[in-house]
Design a protein around this ligand. Structure first.
Ligand SMILES: O=P(O)(O)OC[C@H]1O[C@H](O[C@H]2O[C@H](CO)[C@@H](O)[C@H](O)[C@H]2O)[C@H](O)[C@@H](O)[C@@H]1O
Length: 253
């Protein structure tokens, strides 16, 4: 485990900025559809995107269409569903690396579990399926086991654990690979990567960032390869605001 250290300010001239969404920009809540940015935090994010010349992407387990809804009216470059969906520029089109029908047998296979435990939340992201047990933590093992059963012996699928969720999606993609791909093209190419994220799925990206000599920031207390830490969502937004302030005051001099 790394020592907790405050990250350096984000430098919009130098950094390619990658930010996770849930638990990093938006506080975790029971209902995945009720998530929201804290008041007054969208404007600084938009300002940071502009200062970075567009080199700011949201890297999330969410679908890009959901990110757009939560971040409306703003649009960002994004990697959604852990990189299975990509949008290289804010106004660009969303590219999908797989098709949703690959998960049809799993959708079908999960029905008995959901009939037996209707309190489990089910989220269908097209390219990924999620079981939520935040409000019913005693069903964690049932969710895990039910997902394993529904997947069977298919090795083209990956079961991933997130914060009070079990998720399944086609294998071969994670946030680290998504980040590497985005770093290969404009406006991210040639910049030093900076990533902030709170969950186990963010570790793939944090590892890539460390290997490339970038700034890896873990949000919260979980174990991490990151060298820097911020305590919570509020601290992330304070860091963004302080970075912008320092950037603007340097511009003025
Ligand atoms: O990569 P992220 O942007 O962090 O997205 C990861 C998952 O986020 C959502 O679930 C999480 O947030 C919910 C709302 O706060 C919370 O109820 C849940 O327990 C968390 O795991 C989203 O619903 C998932 O699809 C994402 O994979």
């Amino acid at each position: 485990m790394t020592r907790p250290t405050t990250p350096p300010p984000i430098d919009p001239r130098r950094h390619a900025v990658f930010l996770d969404f849930d638990g990093t920009l938006a506080p975790l809540v029971d209902d995945p559809d009720a998530v929201a940015l804290p008041d007054g935090t969208l404007e600084p994010l938009m300002a940071l995107q502009e200062a970075c010349g567009g080199a700011l992407a949201i890297v999330s387990g969410r679908k890009i269409s959901d990110l757009d809804r939560f971040l409306s009216p703003m649009r960002f470059a994004a990697a959604g569903v852990h990189g299975l969906e990509r949008r290289g520029a804010p106004g660009g089109t969303v590219e999908r690396l797989m098709t949703a029908d690959e998960l049809d047998p799993v959708r079908e296979g999960l029905k008995p579990l959901l009939d037996e435990h209707p309190q489990l939340g089910f989220e269908d992201k097209g390219l990924a399926l999620v079981l939520h047990y935040r409000t019913v933590p005693h069903l964690e093992e049932a969710a895990r086991e039910g997902m394993r059963k529904a997947v069977g012996d298919r090795d083209d699928l990956l079961v991933m654990e997130g914060d009070m969720i079990v998720e399944i999606h086609p294998a071969g993609m994670d946030k680290g690979r998504a980040l590497e791909a985005m770093l290969g093209s404009a406006p991210f190419e040639g910049r030093v990567p900076l990533y902030a994220g709170d969950d186990t799925t963010d570790e793939y990206a944090l590892k890539v960032v460390r290997e490339r000599g970038g700034v890896a920031v873990k949000v919260g207390e979980k174990e991490s390869v990151a060298e820097f830490r911020l305590s919570d969502v509020r601290a992330v937004h304070d860091w963004i605001a302080a970075s912008l302030e320092s950037f603007r005051s340097n511009e003025d001099h």
